[in-house]
Design a protein around this ligand. Structure first.
Ligand SMILES: CC(C)(COP(=O)(O)OP(=O)(O)OC[C@H]1O[C@@H](n2cnc3c(N)ncnc32)[C@H](O)[C@@H]1OP(=O)(O)O)[C@@H](O)C(=O)NCCC(=O)NCCS
Length: 159
């Protein structure tokens, strides 16, 4: 049985793998500079999972710290934004996304961030379940948020 380690993304060695996972798993794909920019702004918020038996990168999460109005009545504050998370299909349902989300929360809390938000396709029940399990609630629905016309749930959580 495989075991996994969660560690910080390294732009020199991990970028190809992360871009490959992103293209495999999500319709929202980004140019290379986007990944490095996200990393440079908040290195501890960009984490990956590695299969220790093959040394392969199999999942990632990337986050950003933004300033904005609190969804919980804290006024103007720092907010964590989960930009993207994906796990390669053969590695799903092993708790890796949950571990990556918790690693993101940990990194955010160390930067004094107390709430997070994200967008998710309204049809993406797997991801919605994951986020609900982590305490996220739906704050609003943004109609036609995605380029193919699908709506996004904007989900928020205190961390
Ligand atoms: C969504 C995704 C990241 C979940 O990754 P994962 O590593 O399989 O998730 P975990 O194993 O940590 O699952 C944690 C919980 O999420 C929920 N969940 C995950 N996959 C699910 C599925 N296919 N169906 C229903 N619930 C699911 C469950 O509540 C699960 O807990 P459980 O296994 O104890 O029931 C993964 O399916 C994925 O990469 N999907 C494609 C990319 C994507 O949609 N990213 C999110 C964009 S907003």
């Amino acid at each position: 049985m495989s075991s996994f380690i969660i560690r910080r993304f390294n732009p020199t060695t991990d970028l190809n793998a992360v871009q490959n996972i992103n293209r495999n798993c999500l319709p929202e794909n980004y140019p290379r500079f986007f990944f490095t920019e996200i990393y440079e702004r908040f290195p501890d918020g960009f984490n990956i999972a590695i299969d220790e038996t093959t040394n392969e990168v199999v999942a990632y999460v990337m986050t950003r710290i933004e300033k904005g109005l609190s969804n919980f009545g804290f006024g103007l504050c720092k907010k964590g934004h989960i930009i993207s998370i994906a796990v390669m299909p053969q590695y799903r349902r092993k708790g890796l996304a949950k571990k990556l989300m918790l690693a993101a929360n940990h990194a955010l809390r160390l930067r004094d961030v107390k709430e997070v938000y994200l967008e998710v396709r309204e049809s993406n029940q797997a991801a919605i379940n994951l986020y609900q399990q982590l305490g996220y609630i739906t704050m609003k629905v943004s109609k036609r948020y995605y380029s193919d016309g699908e709506a996004a749930l904007i989900m928020v959580a205190k961390i």
